[in-house]
Design a protein around this ligand. Structure first.
Ligand SMILES: [Zn+2]
Length: 204
């Protein structure tokens, strides 16, 4: 008899914190326990084609889906007991629709293991994560290591200035930082910007 029915398990945290590895590990455990398991990822994440790619180079088969409705339909048609959704913060659909679909799957007894970023590089929370954390049965917050001081990291700081909220697969352009190193780094960056502006004004 399957112990897990209609449970929502969330793995969240910054980049390089091991969210996807944990998702994969959970799904493998469910497979060993003879649950029928499916894995999905949003189509926006094009790394590795139809595989869930993780930073330690291992991968698992995942179906690329455009939005939550598509995932939900496929999960029901495939009669999965458990589904994994990677990069949940990018799953298409309005946040209310995502929550409704997730709850409907849970109500039907399907267990969902979701992995996703909690915050973007500006330390702003992703809306879908905000919706899902309160209704989750289990929440696992993962931590990378701060590249400046070695304590638990808190946010994925972007080292280059670009307007997109997240640069997919551009791992080199991010560094995990703790709150204090993040604040120091952002203050230094702002100072640099101000200096350059002053230089420009003097040059005029
Ligand atoms: Zn630090």
């Amino acid at each position: 008899m399957h112990q897990y029915k209609g449970k929502l398990i969330i793995h969240t945290g910054s980049m390089f914190s091991g969210k996807t590895s944990s998702l994969k590990k959970d799904l493998n455990r469910f497979r060993i326990a003879n649950y029928k398991v499916g894995a999905y990822k949003p189509v926006v994440d094009t790394r590795g084609g139809d595989k869930i790619t993780i930073h330690d180079e291992s991968s698992m088969d995942a179906k690329c889906m455009v939005d939550i409705k598509e995932i939900s339909k496929d999960a029901r048609n495939s009669e999965y007991d458990v589904i994994g959704i990677d990069e949940i913060q990018f799953v298409g659909g309005d946040k209310d629709v995502v929550r409704e679909e997730i709850e409907s799957l849970l109500n039907d007894g399907i267990t969902i293991v979701a992995a996703g970023l909690d915050m973007d590089y500006n330390a702003e929370a992703f809306e879908i994560i905000k919706e899902l954390l309160p209704i989750a049965d289990y929440v696992n917050k993962h931590h990378a290591v701060c590249t400046k001081c070695g304590t638990d990291a808190w946010v994925s700081h972007r080292k280059v200035s670009r307007s997109e909220r997240v640069l997919i697969g551009a791992a080199d352009e991010y560094e995990p930082l703790c709150r204090s190193c993040y604040q120091k780094t952002v203050a230094e960056e702002n100072e640099e910007v101000n200096k350059n502006q002053i230089k420009l004004e003097i040059a005029r």
